[in-house]
Design a protein around this ligand. Structure first.
Ligand code: SF4
Length: 469
């Protein structure tokens, strides 16, 4: 997927004026967010589970090499093969190599954010293969030739009418207009592809070191058909998705669906261990796991290690006021919202995604709902700090911050400056009670007026209130 995070501001402006997107974002807020609140309240141990999940993830990250080696040994013992990919190019090469060797013509795919991250579809298509996304949301955006806009609801930005148009054009009429009819139509088209597929590619929500199993959770059952009906099953996963034991999966499953969609559990949870055995009724002849690093080892060794706890639930973006206003495409790469604003600069470079950490309002909602307690606001602040240190932050902003720091470390000077500014701004806005322009506030006043201050600083008002009480 082409990286377009540098266009964040322009794309955000388009998104804010896109009526269809704004309607879809409203439904996201009313749906996932409201349902998560209910689910979290109905499970008394929800907070305790979050703490346990955080601790377990930390333990896994502390011993990642050990669990990955155990996992590889278990996969091999079950008849599968693990491949290690240092970066996106290596991962693509490995998968293309397997597809080429087995003469793949049709490749079906379950939802996999790692495959988006490594640009897999483009690579397979370029080599002449037909790639079919089988998750309904992914299938819709594949027809629309768009990237996903949400990590668990990739077509959340599409209205029903837009989907009807896409299906009519791709499948030929008659045009379906109800959700059940649209789902049925997709089901008919996809069913044929499952049976013809040579290779089925899925993600891996969890990789169990104890048994060598990969676990996927879906609401449509498409992952099961993708991985059992094709001759070859390839799992693509980040190295951080390993868990020690089978029973550890339960802990994350109890948090994942509640945090993601506000369901008690996802409809399908499927465990795959190796290829088909002689007495199995179905299953692939070959089973491969491609473990992708792509910057994760660097994260593990540095101050952004906490980010590797992410279980890709999407709760942070569902609760983010910035994501809720602009949707996912504005972020310009695979991962949107708060988690994407941390991951994208770390994977693609701080300077290639300058605006993402800076778009955050630091309201803290993302961190407060994250099921594995990733301190997203702290990580975003840390990224800003790094951008400043590496002089990626524009020089005017850096100099303004230096002036501010000079004043802020001299309280007398700072309060004096504040009093002067408050009085000047109050005087300038005395007639209308608002200002159409103000120094250093053009980002605000470009699109709305700035309320004129009362003429007294916050500290003055607070002190006088305290005196009264
Ligand atoms: S950062 Fe937390 S809330 Fe966001 S997707 Fe990852 S696990 Fe979910």
């Amino acid at each position: 997927m082409e990286m377009r995070s540098a266009e964040f501001k322009t794309r955000s402006v388009f998104a804010i004026h896109d009526g269809g997107l704004q309607k879809a974002m409203g439904m996201l807020r009313d749906g996932f967010v409201a349902k998560r609140t209910v689910q979290a309240a109905e499970l008394p141990e929800f907070e305790q589970l979050r703490e346990e999940a955080k601790n377990l993830k930390n333990h896994i990250l502390d011993n990642l090499d050990h669990y990955l080696e155990r996992y590889e040994a278990a996969v091999t013992a079950a008849g599968g093969q693990v491949h290690w990919a240092r970066d996106a190019a290596e991962a693509r090469e490995i998968i293309l190599g397997i597809c080429h060797r087995v003469g793949a013509k049709i490749v079906t795919k379950g939802k996999s954010m790692v495959s988006e991250e490594i640009g897999l579809n483009e690579a397979l298509i370029e080599k002449g293969m037909e790639v079919v996304e089988t998750d309904l949301g992914e299938y819709i955006i594949q027809l629309a030739d768009e990237p996903p806009s949400h990590i668990i609801a990739p077509a959340v930005h599409k209205t029903k009418d837009q989907v009807s148009d896409l299906f009519e054009e791709a499948h030929g009429g008659p045009r379906k207009t109800t959700v059940p009819d649209l789902v049925n139509e997709a089901r008919q088209v996809l069913r044929e592809k499952y049976f013809k597929a040579d290779v089925g590619i899925t993600g891996g929500n969890y990789l169990v070191a104890e048994t060598g199993s990969s676990v996927i959770v879906t609401n449509e059952g498409n992952g099961d058909l993708t991985q059992t009906l094709a001759r070859v099953h390839i799992v693509t996963s980040g190295i951080e998705r390993v868990v020690p034991r089978l029973e550890d999966v339960t802990l994350f499953l109890r948090l994942l669906a509640r945090s993601a969609t506000g369901q008690e559990t996802e409809t399908y949870t499927t465990f795959s261990t190796g290829p088909r055995r002689p007495d199995d009724l179905d299953g692939p002849q070959e089973y491969h796991v491609v473990l992708v690093d792509n910057g994760r080892s660097k994260m593990l060794a540095g101050r952004f290690r906490d980010m590797l706890r992410c279980i890709r639930c999407g709760a942070c973006m569902n609760h983010c006021p910035v994501y809720g206003s602009i949707g996912g495409h504005a972020y310009g790469w695979v991962y949107p919202g708060p988690m994407g604003s941390v991951l994208t600069p770390l994977i693609k470079g701080l300077d290639n995604a300058y605006d993402l950490p800076n778009a955050c309002t630091l309201n803290g909602r993302c961190g407060s709902v994250c099921p594995v307690k990733i301190p997203l606001p702290d990580l975003l602040r840390e990224l800003r700090h790094l951008q400043h240190k590496q002089k990626i932050t524009p020089s005017l902003q850096r100099h303004a911050l230096s002036v501010w720091r000079f004043a802020a470390t001299r309280p007398g000077l700072y309060h004096f400056g504040e009093r002067i500014a408050a009085r000047i701004l109050a005087f300038a806005g005395r007639k209308k009670g608002r200002l159409r322009k103000a120094p250093l506030a053009s980002a605000w006043t470009d699109s709305r007026d700035l309320p004129a201050p009362s003429g007294r600083t916050f500290l003055e008002q607070w002190q006088s209130q305290r005196g009264k009480s």
